[in-house]
Design a binder for this molecule. Sequence first.
Ligand code: IPM
Ligand code: MN
Length: 356
Amino acid sequence: MQATIAVLSGDGIGPEVTAQAVKVLAAVARARGHAFSFQELPIGGGAIDAGLPALPAATLEACRRADAVLLGAVGGTQWDGLPPPRRPEAGLLGLRRELRLFANLRPLRAYPELAGASPLRPDVLAGTDLLIVRELTGGLYFGEPRGRHVRDGRRAAVDTLPYTEDEVARIARVAFRAARERRRLVTSVDKANVLHSSQLWREVVVEVAREFPDVRLEHMLVDTAAMQLVRQPAAFDVVVTENMFGDILSDEAAGLVGSLGFLPSASLGESGPSLYEPVHGTAPDIAGHGIANPVGAILSAAMLLRFALGLPEEAGAVERAVAEVIASGARTADVAGGGAAVGTGEFGDRVAARVG
Ligand code: IPM
Ligand code: MN
C-alpha cells in the first residue's frame, strides 16, 4: 500500500514522541512492503514563531491531500498571553473544524505490569478497558457567541454550549457502533439536571439507541461519571459525551493508569483524512530531554493504520509490540517510579524492532 502521512509534530515534547511514531510506521512499512511517505508541516507555536498563523494555509492544504494526519501536541507557556484565537491551540482546533473531525476516540486499557504506577488499588484498576467517544467539533469549544466584552464598565466574557440534534445523533451512532465491537454498553455522560443542551443530548441519544437494541444504554451525570471513573473504572465500556466533558474525563481516565503518556486518540469525520494524536499535551517541563513517554503517540500511529489505512493486522502488531516492550520491563521516566528509565528514542527503537 502507498500512503502519504502529514506529520504535524508541533511544540514541546510533540516532535520527540512523534518521531517515535514515525519510526514505528516506517518499520511497519519496511516489514510489510508498504510505501509510506511522511510530510512534515508546521502548526501551533512553531508556526506562530515562524511568523505564520497557528494553522498555516499550506499545512491545512497538505492535510486535506494526505491519507492521514499524525500530530504531536501544540501549546506552551511562552504563548500563554495570547487571546484564544491566536494561541497555538487555535491551530489544532482549526484543523479539527476544517477537516470536520467530529468523533474523537480515546481508548484506555490498563497494562497489568503497570498497575504499580496507578494511584488506584490494583483490584480497582483490574479489567479497566474503556473507550471515550468525545464529540469534537461542537459544544463549548466552538459555540457562538464567544469572546470578551465590557459590560457596565466591567470586564465580561462568554462561551456558549450549543448542540443540534444531528450533531448529537452522529456522535451517538459512532459510540453505539463502537460498543458493538466491544462489550455492548454505552454510558452517555451529560449534565441533564442543569443544561438544556444536555437534555437535548439525552433525548437524542435515547432515540438513536433504538437503532441498536443489542447495545445497553445508561445515562450518567458528568459529576457522577468523574467519581465513578476512579471508583469503578472497569464498569465502563464506551463513554460518549460532549466536547468539554470529554476533554476533562479523558485526562482523568489517563490519570487512572498513572500517566497521560499512554493514551492515543483518533479523530474521525464522515469522510476525508482523519487525525491521530496522543491525548497528552506538550509537557514543556520535560521537553527536549528525550525522556517523554512515546506510547500515546505510537498507539495513535496504530489507530492510524487501523482506521485511515485499513491495516488492522499491522495495527495489532504495533499494539502487541508496545505491550511486549512494557512487559519486558521497559519504563519511561513518568512511570519508572525513580527506578531505571528508558529514553523516548530507545523505547521507540524497541517497539520498532518488534514490528520489523
Ligand atoms: C486535547 C487537548 C486540546 C483540547 C487542546 C490542546 C486544545 O487538551 O486534545 O485534549 O482541549 O481538545
Ligand atoms: Mn485535553
